[in-house]
Design a protein. Structure first.
Length: 328
């Protein structure tokens, strides 16, 4: 630091402020210091900084699966938002979402020295009386419930599902079938409850629910079953991948989308515009979810008495060519 200060013609205190991103150093002085750092190959000592300031500038993320589009895109958004705040991410995958698995992940993150933890759970793990997270660590939970103990950030699952089902009903369909996500998934259950509630509120029959596992293959199997149901004219799939499987099954069975059956999904993945036909779907703002997660957990880091609460990020319906009024 002293070498950088001499080369830049500033005090060591100014170098320290620049290396820590302090807003009081701006303009040419900041550029002089950064250039001196580059020329000398200077890198701040994170261990020393942690001892001095009590922070490691690292956020731990506990994740149960990267296979789902939602989880991978949420993680990507968290990484981008953390980097914008000058924080790194340490990822700990947990194969099985159990109390021991989560506590083991927290132990590993403690050894790796993190300031806070974001848990992408996707299951009703925190609802169980036996499940709790270690005390004293700032925590944000994504895609699950946290009661009044933890801060929760999530997409407004129910509102998104209501928009999709309401859209199909407004087109004139007499009911809407549903291909749900896997049992135990918090998101899947929220979307299924909203589907059923929307039909109940409209006074319309609720068809038997089919269940998939988020994959296009499971959507395809459900589609083969629904293709044989003559009065099935509209289907709401709990994610776009299963909707893709539905489209394939209906095509193979000669049911034209949307002439014979309308299909709506959930997620608005980038490829949904390239489905045949392009998919009507519920758009999730993963970037905003990631930003809110980082914002919430850093608020806890900086203000230890921050109260737990739930933040729901709004969705919006994107209408494309896979939905239309029923024939006749």
């Amino acid at each position: 630091m002293a070498d950088v200060a001499r080369l830049a013609g500033v005090s060591t205190q100014t170098v320290s402020r620049v290396s820590n991103g302090h807003p009081s150093v701006v303009g040419t002085t900041r550029e002089q210091v950064l250039e001196a750092m580059r020329r000398l190959g200077y890198r701040p000592n994170s261990a020393a900084r942690a001892l001095k300031y009590g922070e490691f500038r690292t956020i731990g993320v506990i994740l149960f699966t990267l296979s789902s589009v939602g989880n991978s895109r949420t993680l990507e958004a968290i990484v981008d938002s953390a980097a914008a705040e000058g924080y790194a991410i340490t990822l700990i995958p947990v194969a099985v979402p159990t109390q021991d698995g989560v506590l083991g992940a927290f132990t590993r993150l403690g050894e790796l020295a993190v300031d806070a933890v974001i848990v992408i759970m996707e299951v009703h793990l925190l609802d169980a009386a036996t499940m709790s997270l270690p005390i004293g660590m700032p925590v944000v939970v994504v895609d699950s419930t946290g009661g009044d103990r933890y801060t929760v950030v999530d997409t407004d699952q129910a509102d998104g599902a209501r928009h999709a089902v309401r859209h199909l009903l407004d087109l004139g369909h007499r009911t809407v079938w549903h291909v749900a996500g896997p049992e135990g998934s918090y998101a899947a259950e929220g979307r299924a409850r909203a589907w059923r509630a929307t039909l109940d509120e409209a006074g319309l029959p609720v068809p038997p629910m089919l269940r998939g596992d988020w994959s296009s293959d499971s959507g395809y199997r459900a589609g083969l079953e629904l293709a044989g149901v003559a009065d099935c004219t509209a289907v709401f799939a709990a994610n776009d991948q299963m909707a893709l499987g539905l489209l394939r099954a209906f095509h193979e069975r000669g049911r034209v989308v949307p002439r014979d059956v309308s299909v709506a999904g959930f997620d608005d993945i980038p490829d949904s515009t390239s489905f045949i036909p392009p998919l009507t779907t519920v758009h999730q703002d993963f970037a905003e979810v990631g930003r809110r997660c980082v914002e919430s957990v850093l608020r806890q880091v900086r203000h230890r008495r921050a109260k737990p609460g739930t933040t729901l990020v709004p969705t919006r319906l994107v209408v494309r060519a896979s939905t239309a009024p029923p024939r006749g």
